[in-house]
Design a protein around this ligand. Structure first.
Ligand SMILES: Cc1cc2nc3c(=O)[nH]c(=O)nc-3n(C[C@H](O)[C@H](O)[C@H](O)COP(=O)(O)OP(=O)(O)OC[C@H]3O[C@@H](n4cnc5c(N)ncnc54)[C@H](O)[C@@H]3O)c2cc1C
Length: 358
């Protein structure tokens, strides 16, 4: 490996942006190549909840907790970067599952507790019908994902990274078992290391080097309202939606994915979701709809991050995951460390490409 590795990062979403910033801080030469405008595709449409919440095995829970701490480190490193650590109130699961979630995560040392209806009402006083049982996680938060991805990219640029936008990487250039660069729609770029952090485009690009990645791309509905006076203190997850209110008062809601109807590009589901937001509060507010979008979530088929070196192709790294907003600072630091020092963080051990079928 060169003393100062020359790294091309493909993709300028939250994952690629974080990798680029951590790499340049670690002394690498970095070029980010982005097919569209910087800031990502899944990233700009993300609900952007930072959490180590329910439904995951302990190893993944630990990685997520680490990532939450890494967000706090990033806030110190980049003083303009803000996470809204508002906490969350979650009653999206049936009672029995909520109980298991609260008990298991508390036993793992996560800051969660079960709350009854009166306590839920105290936490979110404007709810019309607070749940009889919810789980409160004061340690969780959210970011404005497009803004944060762009902050990371400009911080990387200030440290010397080159960010190339509106240029598509068409293939990976592999020579005698080592990556040698990338072919783009307007020329070739040399590199001794390439990180493919291309979200939904990752599998297609990896395939150009003969690497088969099982990644699906699933739709998810996001709607955003115009600003309104403050009604929510934190994030809420109900059986119908996930909802937060931004610093400037907008409501951002994501549909519970399996329930959403995307037949007409999400418009009907978006209208339903919008009314559900208004009905959540008492007195019922009159909100102004702004826009909806059907986002595309890249998800490795087993649901867990695929982050690491590609066996058999020296210098090729992949970073594709769901929950990329939560995980970005940890993935960024770990991938940079692995490229620059060769050390792989043990927390990433279960999430490498070794688990793929040969
Ligand atoms: C509605 C919704 C809600 C979500 N909620 C959450 C949540 O609450 N918490 C959470 O942690 N995660 C959430 N996610 C998931 C999270 O947003 C994603 O995991 C994360 O944004 C992925 O980031 P990324 O950088 O990998 O991908 P992207 O943001 O998609 O960025 C990839 C970039 O690569 C570029 N690219 C692709 N192919 C090429 C190519 N060949 N050449 C050059 N550039 C290329 C694309 O243009 C894109 O800009 C949600 C996602 C959606 C859609």
């Amino acid at each position: 490996m060169a003393v100062r590795p020359n790294v091309v990062v493909v993709g300028a979403g939250i994952v690629g942006a974080s990798i680029a910033w951590h790499l340049i801080r670690s002394g690498a030469r970095v070029t980010v190549v982005e097919a569209n405008n910087p800031g990502g595709i899944a990233t700009r449409n993300s609900w952007a909840w930072i959490n180590a919440s329910w439904g995951n095995p302990e190893a993944y829970f630990r990685l997520r907790v680490c990532a939450m701490n890494e967000w706090r480190r990033l806030e110190r490193d980049l003083p303009n970067l803000r996470v809204a650590w508002t906490g969350s109130l979650n009653w999206e699961l049936p009672t029995a599952k909520l109980e298991v979630f609260a008990a298991q995560h508390a036993a793992w040392g996560y800051d969660v507790r079960r709350v009854d209806r009166a306590e839920a009402q105290r936490i979110e006083p404007n709810l019309a019908d607070p749940p009889d049982l919810a789980v409160h996680a004061p340690c969780e938060g959210a970011i404005e994902p497009l803004m944060v991805a762009r902050q990371l990219l400009s911080a990387a640029r200030e440290l010397g990274a080159t960010i190339i936008d509106n240029r598509t990487v068409q293939s990976l250039d592999v020579c005698a078992g080592s990556v040698a660069g990338v072919e783009t729609d307007s020329g070739r770029l040399d590199a001794d290391q390439v990180v493919v952090a291309a979200g939904a485009g990752t599998a297609a690009l990896a395939a150009t080097a003969g690497l088969a990645l099982p990644v699906s791309v699933l739709p998810a509905l996001l709607i955003v309202t115009k600003p309104h006076g403050r009604l929510l203190n934190g994030l809420v997850m109900t059986p119908v939606m996930q909802l937060r209110q931004t610093a400037d008062g907008r409501f951002v809601a994501a549909a519970i994915f399996s329930d959403a109807d995307f037949g007409d590009d999400g418009a009907t589901a978006a209208a339903r979701l919008f009314s559900a937001i208004e009905s959540l509060f008492s007195p019922m507010p009159s909100l102004a709809f702004d826009f909806h979008v059907v986002g595309r979530r890249p998800i490795p088929l087993d649901g867990f991050p695929l982050v690491g070196r590609a066996a058999g192709i020296d210098g090729l790294h992949v970073a594709v995951t769901h929950s990329g907003v939560t995980l970005a600072p940890a993935i960024g630091r770990f991938v940079a460390e692995e490229i620059v020092t060769g050390r792989r963080d043990p927390l990433l051990a279960p999430f490498g490409l070794e688990r793929l079928p040969k």
